[in-house]
Ligand binder design. Structure first.
Ligand SMILES: [Zn+2]
Ligand SMILES: [Zn+2]
Length: 133
């Protein structure tokens, strides 16, 4: 918990109880949860939490680069505490979103003369758990 507090302080986020809990949840649950999922999981133990707090906290965490936003389906924004370079695989059967290790080496900085500042790699299919069933 102290490490989490330090990280927030280092990123100019004042570590309120709610913010600590939300960031801790994201670090512990690498399931790329939606706002609704985060809220409904945390409200069980933190009855004082509001959805607005969850939204605002996620916005600060994203702005400070501690969390990244993932949008695969238009209506579904998910949050990821892993901000190092990786891709995502979405299972069309169970809906799980997996982290995929990708090697950033050798990728171009420019495409057709355009400078790249962000990259998103999404894959869809049937995950290994679903296909072995
Ligand atoms: Zn699956
Ligand atoms: Zn991820």
């Amino acid at each position: 918990m102290n490490e989490i507090k330090e990280t927030l302080l280092q990123h100019d986020i004042s570590p309120s109880y709610h913010r600590l809990k939300i960031y801790e949840y994201l670090l512990d649950n690498r399931i790329h949860p939606t706002v609704d999922r985060i809220y409904s999981d945390l409200i069980k133990n933190i009855p004082t939490l509001s959805k607005t707090t969850v939204y605002n906290t996620l916005r600060s965490l994203t702005e400070k680069g501690l969390v990244s936003q993932i949008t695969i389906e238009n209506n579904e924004v998910r949050y990821d505490a892993a901000v190092d370079f990786h891709g995502h695989f979405k299972c069309m059967k169970c809906g799980a979103l997996y982290d995929i290790n990708l090697d950033p080496e050798g990728l171009p900085d420019k495409i057709d003369g355009h400078s790249i500042t962000e990259r998103h790699y999404y894959f869809k299919g049937i995950c290994k758990n679903c296909s072995s069933r």
